[in-house]
Design a protein around this ligand. Sequence first.
Ligand code: HAM
Length: 417
Amino acid sequence: MNGNFTKLRGMKDILPDEIELWQRVEKAFIEVCEIFGFKEIRTPILENKYLFVRGIGATSDIVMKEMYEFKDKKGREIALRPEGTASVVRAYIENKVYITKKIARFYYYGPMFRYDRPQKGRYRQFYQFGVETFGGKHPFFDGEIVQILDISLKKIGIENFVFIVNSLGCRICKNKYVEQIKKNLQEKIDKFCEDCKIRIEKNPLRVFDCKNTFCKENLKEVPSILNYLCDDCKNHFDTFVNFLLKFNINFSINSNLVRGLDYYTRTVFEVSTEKDDIAIAGGGRYDNLVEEMGGPDIPAVGFAAGIDRIVQFIKKEDKEEKKPVYFILLGNNAKLKGLEILKECIKEKIMVEVDYEERSLSDNLRIANKIGVKWCLILGDNEIEKGIMILKNMKDGYQIEVNEKEIIKKLKEITKC
Ligand code: HAM
């Protein structure tokens, strides 16, 4: 190893220049979620591997191919979370939230990890903002989270996005449909790619996720899942769709949408933009997961949005960034005096940047110019002797002498705009 380290494939650094975009996206989601009564939850990034095997499905691509897994020092099987839902479900059950809350609404955001083939918009460490609602069977709960996503994306400034929606039915409808298409697909199994041949046997719904054009073509003749819904599931879907209509949410129904995680029942949806058909968010209902993971029989619904993908669509705002006052402290006495002023600035929330290195005035001014600050506070032995400080405006070069007793008042004044 030669010591020249680079980031791992599929990972990225987000530098301060770009971070404003990420914070804007997170802030928009948080604000909207809190209006709807959602509360933040933070779960560990590391979990027992089998939480995801059970939760997401042993035959899903995420579990079979994409999980970062390892053994810890005691030989326990650990995974880096590939998504947030399974962890939130675990936390909900483990902390018995259902005892105190009939309806529990959570939001979360943070890094997720999938050992996928990196490409535009697909990373191995990526960030999601997600919500999960527990305890609500009514389709308006599904509508509510779609509405949250819709309002948040508009607030962020994403344009021309559409919700693709579908219903997978309850466990009974879904199983009936799976049996039916398994038969259909087995009849022409030779026409499918090698991966799909395995999927047809093990988990036929996963064939709908295949990107292979031949496989897609062969799916055109399979029956629609919407024709397999029982009356309750049909009503659920119709009511959900009416909710979307009532709130003018831009959507289209696609009965081939199955989603890549096995826990879904009834409503599923994805959001993509007209510019790019890559999904910026996805979610749905998972009425059996809480029980399957050892909890009571409690329905749930949620979504997760890909922050990396959303950030690609937005630009930095033109508004003038607030810049600090740059302190130039020439000599030891000035540095000590500067610390006193700094203490006051912190109290008054005046943004300040100090370079404590010993440099000449001209070097300091050059650095201040590079940073692009508007004001420098200059203090040397002369100024200390006179009981003044100099404030230099870096835009037009004029400078004023300020009595040291007045300096905080003056700093407040000039940094207000
Ligand atoms: P998902 O569809 O796997 O769903 O991921 C949600 C979103 O995360 C995707 O729409 C995409 O924007 C983003 N995403 C996924 N993989 C990557 C990647 N490799 N690089 C960049 N972005 C990515 C879930 O994770 C479910 N837990 C959603 C959910 C919550 N369902 C119910 N509750």
